[in-house]
Design a protein around this ligand. Structure first.
Ligand SMILES: Nc1nc2c(ncn2[C@@H]2O[C@H](COP(=O)(O)OP(=O)(O)OP(=O)(O)O)[C@@H](O)[C@H]2O)c(=O)[nH]1
Ligand SMILES: [Mg+2]
Length: 366
């Protein structure tokens, strides 16, 4: 598994439409709010031009791409934490994701009810973010209560935990996301354990439609507002015409390209979204060749043994060294043999940090 993203947003903002465009999983879409109740999950291979090129150079058919999972949940509304709409129970489905995709409605359509009345992207973002904050507070308060009870018996660790959680609650009460908080190791541990949502990186996705492409002033403003909000909150931003992308994703591959080009895009929404998500999460791709050629995703800064552990825990435990050729060198030389002859194959130890595009052979003891 590469990484996974949870999709949040207001009802009727186009979450399932975008989910379908990305995954072609055929989730139910409707013009009424709360169409999605049970979460939709879809796993998508990450499109990777380098992997295809490597397959050609190394003579490997059907290389295995790395994957990304999307989880599309029910829409949130104002007061969800207090039980409005479907409440926020389903947020449990996204407590373990690596990142959030926050879909913001930037399209106008009389036939699709806007649960907040009308187009106002900034207000919509704030409604959702408030609910996410309240949801984390609720989880933390329950944990605080538990530690406080234990602390009453004089358990020092429990008292310290309750205090640490209390500080986090105070931070959230200011209306800020935990991802901006300077955390102690204890806080980070709690965040991970409890799956706190506001600690996750966010990609704000403005869902636009055709009219936006024609630059109607109202739409431009609503998209701009999302972009600015993302910028000031240190988050990623992407604008996507959800409905059109969904329609395009259903076309035969050859026709898809034509349509995208006609819209002024070189790549599909999926491709652009993955690119943004990789940047947001500081993800890089490396490749291994055993029987198969395979792509893997790790965080920037990952050392060779941990990267080997992605493939198999034995690879990490028994790590000896990594033999590395960079993708660019393989392409420039045209074959592994030529790259080796030129001394471009490097032998790297435990401290080696994986680079984007490394083609690696791990040596290990079992
Ligand atoms: N005009 C227009 N309509 C869209 C766009 N994206 C989605 N829609 C329509 O909006 C309606 C709601 O879309 P969904 O994808 O079901 O919305 P959702 O956010 O998943 O809604 P819930 O599951 O109810 O929370 C559907 O009728 C879609 O066809 C868009 O970019 N433009
Ligand atoms: Mg939906």
């Amino acid at each position: 598994m590469g990484f996974n993203c949870g999709i949040v947003g207001l009802p009727n903002s186009g979450k399932s439409t975008i989910f379908n465009a990305l995954t072609q999983a055929g989730a139910q879409i409707a013009s009424y709010p709360f169409c999605t109740i049970e979460p939709n999950r879809g796993i998508v291979p990450v499109p990777d031009q380098r992997l295809i090129k490597l397959g050609e150079i190394l003579g490997k058919d059907s290389p295995i791409p790395t994957k990304i999972e999307f989880v599309d949940v029910a829409g949130l509304v104002k007061g969800a934490s207090g039980g409005e709409g479907l409440g926020n129970k389903f947020l449990g489905h996204i407590r373990n994701v690596d990142a959030l995709i926050h879909v913001v409605r930037c399209f106008h359509d009389e036939d699709v009810a806007h649960v907040m009345g009308g187009l106002d992207s900034l207000r919509d973002i704030e409604v959702i973010n408030t609910e996410l904050i309240l949801s984390d507070i609720e989880i933390l308060e329950r944990a605080e209560e538990k530690w406080e009870k234990q602390g009453k018996a004089g358990d020092k660790k429990a008292i310290a935990q309750a205090e640490c959680i209390h500080t986090m609650i105070e931070y959230l009460n200011k209306g800020t996301f935990l991802k901006d908080m300077e955390m102690t190791d204890e806080m980070l541990e709690q965040t991970k354990k409890l799956g706190l949502i506001t600690h996750k990186p966010v990609l704000y996705l403005a869902n636009t439609d055709e009219k936006t492409e024609e630059k109607e002033p109202g739409f431009e403003k609503s998209i701009k507002a999302v972009e600015e909000y993302a910028g000031t909150s240190g988050s990623a931003f992407l604008s996507l015409a959800g409905k059109i992308e969904e329609e395009i994703s259903e076309l035969p591959k050859e026709e898809q390209k034509e349509y995208l080009q006609a819209m002024g895009f070189e790549y599909s929404g999926l491709w652009r979204l993955i690119e943004s998500a990789y940047k947001l999460l500081s993800l890089i791709t490396f490749y291994t060749i055993t029987t198969d050629l395979q792509a893997w995703t790790v965080k920037k800064g990952t050392k060779a043994p941990a990267a080997a552990g992605k493939i198999h825990t034995d690879f990490e435990k028994g790590f000896i060294r990594a033999e590395v050729i960079h993708y660019n060198d393989l392409v420039a030389e045209g074959s592994e043999h030529h790259a080796r002859e030129k001394g471009l194959l490097k032998s790297e130890g435990k401290e080696y940090e994986i680079k984007d595009g490394d083609v690696i052979h791990f040596l290990f003891n079992v």
